[in-house]
Design a protein around this ligand. Structure first.
Ligand SMILES: [Zn+2]
Length: 109
């Protein structure tokens, strides 16, 4: 289980693989469904190498977790869609930065 999956689990969000269809030029890696809640990872998104796909998948899950945090009221929902998506991307970047280097915190100063 990767760090991002643990984080999702801590939020009570399930992650499942799903065929979300081929979106052609638009890449749909993951979607968030607040009803369950669940983040579905698109198994059709296979245009990348495995390593790239894993990084993109983790980033997409972190992005969708931002929307979950909105849904549960942990953070306010930004009205402007573009600003909201940018905030979700920034959150994903921050999460992956801190989560991908577990040794740094342990080694101290
Ligand atoms: Zn989004």
């Amino acid at each position: 289980m990767t760090g991002i999956q643990e984080l999702a689990a801590a939020y009570g969000v399930r992650i499942e693989l799903a065929d979300l269809g081929d979106w052609g030029r638009v890449r749909l890696i993951a979607e968030y469904d607040p009803n369950e809640p669940v983040i579905r990872v698109n198994t059709c998104e296979s245009s990348l190498t495995l390593r790239q796909a894993q990084g993109d998948m983790e980033r997409a899950i972190a992005h969708e977790l931002y929307h979950h945090r909105e849904a549960i009221g942990e953070i306010p929902r930004i009205r402007d869609r573009a600003a909201r998506e940018a905030a979700a991307d920034a959150y994903a970047d921050a999460v992956l930065r801190t989560r991908s280097m577990p040794c740094r915190a342990a080694s101290g100063g």
